[in-house]
Design a protein around this ligand. Structure first.
Ligand code: COA
Length: 166
């Protein structure tokens, strides 16, 4: 990997949609690196509620005040994307010990594929330790209150998408 003094990291995911848990990690991760890329996985085989463009647009809107955060897309292997784009680190969140095994496997596999790229795991703050995008979507679909769990813009987008704006 080309040496660069700029410390660049990527926070990868599908973000269908972005939640306050993701946003908290983006804000905290952005303080640790010169540049934090939020890498939206472009996987047409995954059945998502929001289209790829909508997911990217939501993250751009919700991170527009964070100067060193850039929203990017990637497909294929994350490790290869990191090497090609001089990314030094992969940021991942740990919500509970149950996340650990999966994250541990991914970190090892990514190190195998790109030995110079470190995985940095941040623990989520307690109030977001139980949320996931699917749970948020399910609760919203049945009219449950998710206003504390997602940014206002995501709530508006969910309203438009699921309840036709009502
Ligand atoms: N707050 C809220 N929700 C969180 C969260 C947090 N801090 N951290 C994770 N989640 C949720 C996500 O919203 C997602 O919820 P869902 O399943 O209900 O949609 C779930 O936890 C899983 O998230 P994650 O583990 O980040 O999966 P992902 O599909 O969003 O992203 C990639 C996984 C993109 C990082 C991984 O598949 C990848 O790198 N793919 C590229 C191909 C590759 O390189 N493969 C080899 C990897 S070793």
């Amino acid at each position: 990997m080309e040496k660069s003094s700029l410390k660049k990291a990527i926070y990868p995911g599908s973000f269908d949609p972005l939640t306050n848990g993701h946003l908290d990690l983006i804000i905290r991760g952005s303080k640790l690196f010169d540049e934090l890329q939020v890498g939206v996985l472009n996987n047409p085989n995954k059945n998502s509620l929001f289209t790829f463009d909508e997911r990217v647009n939501i993250i751009k809107e919700c991170t527009k005040n964070l100067d060193n955060v850039k929203v990017v897309s990637f497909d294929g292997l994350l490790a290869k994307y990191c090497e090609k784009n001089n990314i030094n680190a992969i940021v991942r969140g740990l919500r509970a010990t149950s996340d650990f095994e999966y994250e541990f496997q991914m970190a090892h596999m990514n190190r195998e594929l790109a030995p110079d790229v470190e995985t940095v795991m941040l623990t989520t703050i307690t109030e977001y330790s139980y949320i996931s995008s699917s749970l948020v979507k399910e609760v919203f679909k049945f009219n449950g209150d998710i206003s504390k769990l997602v940014p206002d813009f995501v709530l508006e987008e969910l309203m438009r998408k699921v309840h036709g704006g009502k």
